[in-house]
Design a protein around this ligand. Sequence first.
Ligand SMILES: Nc1ncnc2c1ncn2[C@@H]1O[C@H](COP(=O)(O)OP(=O)(O)OP(=O)(O)O)[C@@H](O)[C@H]1O
Ligand SMILES: Cc1ncsc1CCO
Length: 529
Amino acid sequence: MRFDIDLRLYLVTGRELLPPGKSYEESLEEAIKGGVTVVQVREKKCDTGEFLDIAQRSKAICDRHNIPLIINDRVDVALAVGAHGVHLGQTDMPFAVARKLLPPNVIIGISVNTVEEALKACEDGADYLGIGAVYATSTKDLTKPILGPRGAARILTALESKSIKTVVIGGIKRTNVLRTLHGIRSSGPSLRGLDGVAVVSDIVASTTPFDASKQLYNLTSAALTSFSARSAPTPFSTEALLQRAVAAFALIRKHGPLVHQITNTVVQNQSANATLALGASPIMSANPREVEDLSKFPGALLVNIGTLAEEDTAGMIAAGFHANQHGKPVILDPVGVGATAHRRQTCDKLLNVWQATCIKGNPGEIGALYGSDEVLARGVDSVGAGFADPASIVKNLARREKCVVVMTGPTDWISDGFSVLRIDNGHPLLPNITGSGCMVGSAIACGCAAVSASAEQARDKDVEDGQLVRGDILAGIVAGLLAITIASEVAGGRADVKGTGTFLPALIDELANITPEIIAQKAKLNVLS
Ligand SMILES: Nc1ncnc2c1ncn2[C@@H]1O[C@H](COP(=O)(O)OP(=O)(O)OP(=O)(O)O)[C@@H](O)[C@H]1O
Ligand SMILES: Cc1ncsc1CCO
């Protein structure tokens, strides 16, 4: 097998882009340490001697880190330095000629811009394809059409039956990599057809290439790692998950993490009070100017689109983006997403820019995101009896969005795309106060914030492939759900609670009174699969 190269984060060099004071070697080494998995040396404006010199210097660095090196265009230079591969454009040396000149273990990649070029390169026997340009870029004169994510998806769709490896290239950077990969997935077959992203200026022009490539590696891994391609985690029992959730609940009180909430104007006060009662610290702000600073604190971000003021959308987009960059859990509450086209478009926009850790909604909201009309929404409320097969809905949406999905109701259904769980706690008064679902979102955010802050503090092992966040997220989510639903049972059973008016303050009190022992004792949690 000739091809054993990890294409996930493919760096294409460009010395002319280096920032002042940064040497080529320094930049390359930092980029590799940050997560670059393969390096292509591209030198368009130098003579052979200089190209050879830069290729040899690159090879020495790559060898030190066991990273494959590919040479752009020049078969002779590749042979001279013993490179792993050669990358050819459509106007470079023809594939057949290069193949003849190169030893069989040297791979050949081809740049393609159309379905025809891609199929021809497959037929020729290319080892991988660089599909682009996805966006306009200053690093290359573009004479061919810009593909956009949808154009790249068209080429990937045509390659569905081929085993060839692929990367997308052209203007890809930290700010658009998730949007790009989400866009390709939603308009093409699946990301299983894609093996990586190629990046130039976002790494080479950076004064901190280590950070740039680390962020790009994590973002790309999270978007690329397909649930179906990943091996399923070890199944766990109800008892084991309950223990993890009880431990996660205790971490809220231990760490008192910051929970940044962009939420609707109906529930701001009660959600902030619920957060405090659980033992975390709320900060409610949608101002795009401060979301980056807020993302630096250990904790979590909640984005609730309940009242969706026009001016809040920019803050929601930026907050999720920065939270992803800092590995903070992001909880999306798509309130009323089934009610208006604008809410649907906004959720699409948000999920195109950032990766959610958890999406929580009532059946109307989850159905609207899933694209099902089995359950309908009336404004922010869900109507009707619910889904005939709720377990499949949450599991399939979790797989598609690569996050945990929670669907609330008399039974709360939860899935991480592998397991499905149900929680049967809750009091009938809970859905009758406005914004109880929103408070559930805050409670989930508190649980996620706690497990994430704890893992950060313990400097847990580095994030696993495909995960943006650290910590036992599923346990954090279950902890938040159990805390609020069990507190509602205690509050609803109190003699002084006469209806929804007295229920709300009692609920806040009982959230503060709840203990890990009460949760362990009263939880009606069941792991179904
Ligand atoms: N009939 C019920 N009995 C007990 N608990 C319930 C019942 N219905 C919902 N709940 C609980 O209430 C919480 C809120 O769920 P619900 O589905 O009402 O949210 P929502 O519709 O998003 O609320 P809102 O839009 O008012 O914020 C859930 O955690 C759930 O456990
Ligand atoms: C009533 C209402 N309207 C927008 S948000 C909200 C709170 C419950 O979702």
